[in-house]
Design a protein around this ligand. Structure first.
Ligand SMILES: [Zn+2]
Length: 265
C-alpha cells in the first residue's frame, strides 16, 4: 500500500519519501518511455516527476489517487519535452511488418518474447491518446477511475477511448497474432470492442453469454478475441517486468539527486 507512505512523507519523513520515490520510479520511467519515446527524455521526465512529487507532496490533497497524480506529473513533463516534435513519424510500421513475416509460417506460434517486442512497436504506432490510455489501464493496471483522473477526463470518456485503443492495438498486432485471419462474416458483432466492454464491466450477463456463444462457433471472431486477450496479457507482463540493472542505477541516482535538492531548498 502506497497511501501510508504518502502520509508519512507528507509529515516530513525523509526515509518514507525516499521509499515512495523509489517505489513509483519504475512505473514513471516506463510511462515516460511510452510518452516521450526516447530514453534521454524519459530520464528527464523521471527526474521532473520525482522532483515534482518531492516539491509538491504537501499540496497533494488526496482528491485523486496518488498514482493518478504521479502519472499526471509525468504526462506534463513529457508534453513539455515533446512540444514541437509532434509530427515526428512513428518508426514502427516496418518493424511490425517484419515480425508479421517471421510469424507467417503455418502452425507457427508467436512466442511471448516476440509478442512483447511487437507490442512495444504496436503501442508506439498508436495515437498518443490511445497509447497512453492502454499504458495506464492495461500495462500499469490503474483502475478506470484512476486512469480517468490521470488524464483529466470522465470515466465514461476513459472507457470509450479505451475500447477504441484496444481495438487499434489488436489491429496493429493482427498480422503477427492472426497471420491467416479469416474475414468476419456479415452479422458478426464487433467482438473486440464488446470484449473490452465486458472487461470493464459494462455488459450485462445476457449480452456476455451471447458473445461467448458467437465466439464459440465463429472462428474469425474467436481468433479476434483471443488475439486481444493475448495482447492484454502481454500488456500486463510489460507492467511487471523487472527493472534492469542499468535503469535501476539511473533511478537510484535520480532519487538521490531529488532528495539532495529537496533538503537544500
Ligand atoms: Zn463472428
Amino acid at each position: 500500500m502506497i497511501e501510508p507512505l504518502v502520509e508519512r512523507a507528507q509529515r516530513g519523513d525523509a526515509a518514507a519519501l525516499e521509499e515512495l520515490l523509489g517505489q513509483v520510479a519504475p512505473s514513471v520511467r516506463r510511462f515516460g518511455m511510452r510518452m516521450c519515446r526516447n530514453p534521454a527524455d524519459a530520464d528527464d521526465a523521471l527526474q521532473d516527476t520525482l522532483l515534482g512529487i518531492a516539491t509538491h507532496l504537501g499540496e497533494f490533497a488526496g482528491r485523486s489517487s496518488f498514482t493518478s497524480w504521479v502519472f499526471t506529473l509525468t504526462r506534463t513533463a513529457c508534453a513539455r519535452r515533446r512540444r514541437g516534435m509532434k509530427n515526428r513519424p512513428a518508426e514502427s510500421d516496418d518493424q511490425l511488418a517484419l515480425h508479421a513475416d517471421v510469424a507467417a509460417g503455418p502452425e507457427e506460434r508467436v512466442s511471448d518474447g516476440e509478442l512483447a517486442e511487437a507490442l512495444g512497436t504496436a503501442l508506439a504506432s498508436l495515437s498518443e491518446e490511445h497509447s497512453e490510455v492502454i499504458h495506464l489501464r492495461d500495462v500499469e493496471g490503474l483502475t478506470a477511475a484512476e486512469a480517468a483522473d490521470a488524464l483529466g477526463i470522465t470515466v465514461d470518456a476513459l472507457k470509450s477511448r479505451l475500447h477504441r485503443a484496444r481495438a487499434a492495438m489488436r489491429d496493429a498486432l493482427q498480422p503477427l497474432l492472426e497471420p491467416r485471419a479469416m474475414p468476419r462474416r456479415e452479422g458478426c458483432p464487433d467482438v473486440v470492442s464488446l470484449w473490452s466492454r465486458k472487461l470493464e464491466g459494462e455488459l450485462d450477463a445476457k449480452v456476455c453469454a451471447d458473445i461467448e456463444a458467437h465466439i464459440a462457433v465463429c472462428p474469425a471472431c474467436g481468433s479476434a478475441c483471443s488475439s486481444l486477450r493475448r495482447a492484454l496479457g502481454a500488456c500486463r507482463s510489460a507492467g511487471q517486468e523487472p527493472v534492469d540493472a542499468a535503469l535501476q542505477e539511473r533511478i537510484r541516482g535520480a532519487v538521490k539527486s531529488i532528495l539532495a535538492r529537496n533538503l537544500i531548498s
